[in-house]
Write a protein that binds this ligand. Structure first.
Ligand SMILES: C[S@@+](CC[C@H](N)C(=O)[O-])C[C@H]1O[C@@H](n2cnc3c(N)ncnc32)[C@H](O)[C@@H]1O
Length: 235
């Protein structure tokens, strides 16, 4: 799929509008970049050089091929690595970006650890699963606490960002089309192909069932949770 998580080009551009002072010399990191859906949007709408990092070599290979196809290979470089052990220097970046991936390290831990790689005055912009309401039905509460144990409400996440040493610049929710049109609908055909390719494989069946259940839960409970873009400036 073009994206491996909810999002859209419009939302990436909207978040970029809050980031000041990027120039041709700026250095940007895109952590948990996947195959680079948002990386290419960033490269086409922001100045500077982007290092995109993901754990999976197959995704990075695709990302580098796409960058080449779009003529962005001099400004976009995909590398394999882990977001909790970054191969970068202290204060190397003007901007750290991460869509749909910070839960893999943990919101608080990621904000604290990644801050060391940002210059003073640099920005962080991440999307993260968040509660929209103070309370929610037990079924969805349990599902998300199992998936992302530290999931919290928007105000709580902003205070974590502030405590980690960032000035919160903006927080806004991602619209439903980011989940439905760009994530759940494109999954359907790929799920069928994957099941066909692995007919009778119980692990694959359980995996696809989990993904389908996630989509059903979203349509039932989407007023209670979603992704939120959190943008902060290092002080
Ligand atoms: C939900 S996907 C989002 C991908 C992409 N940013 C997007 O929005 O389409 C999460 C990504 O995080 C990557 N990931 C998971 N754990 C990671 C780690 N420890 N270090 C780097 N990337 C990781 C996965 O390989 C996956 O590409």
């Amino acid at each position: 799929m073009e994206r491996q998580g909810p999002g859209s080009a419009e939302v990436t551009i909207k978040a970029l509008d809050f980031i000041g002072n990027l120039s041709e010399k700026s250095r940007i990191a895109d952590l948990g970049c996947g195959t680079g859906g948002q990386t290419m949007v960033l490269a086409q709408n922001a100045k500077g050089h982007i290092t995109a990092l993901d754990l999976f070599a197959g995704s990075i290979e695709k990302l580098n091929i796409t960058a080449e196809k779009l003529g962005l290979q001099n400004r976009v470089k995909g590398i394999v690595g882990s977001m909790d052990n970054l191969p970068f220097q202290n204060a190397e970046f003007d901007l750290i970006w991460s869509e749909g991936a910070i839960a893999n390290i943990g919101f608080e831990k990621g904000l604290n650890y990644w801050k060391g790689f940002l210059k003073k005055g640099g920005y962080i912009a991440v999307t993260y699963e968040s509660w929209f309401t103070g309370e929610r039905p037990a079924e969805i509460e349990k599902w998300w606490v199992d998936a992302v144990p530290e999931i919290g409400a928007i105000g709580h996440n902003i205070s974590i960002m502030q405590k980690a040493g960032y000035v919160p610049v903006a927080a806004f929710t991602l619209s439903e089309n980011c989940w439905i049109d760009n994530y759940f609908i494109p999954q359907k055909a790929r799920q069928e192909e994957f099941l066909k390719k692995h007919t009778g494989d119980k692990t694959v069946e359980v995996f696809i069932e989990y993904m389908r259940h996630e989509a059903e839960l979203y349509s039932k409970y989407k007023q209670y949770y979603g992704y939120v873009f959190y943008i902060g400036k290092k002080i």
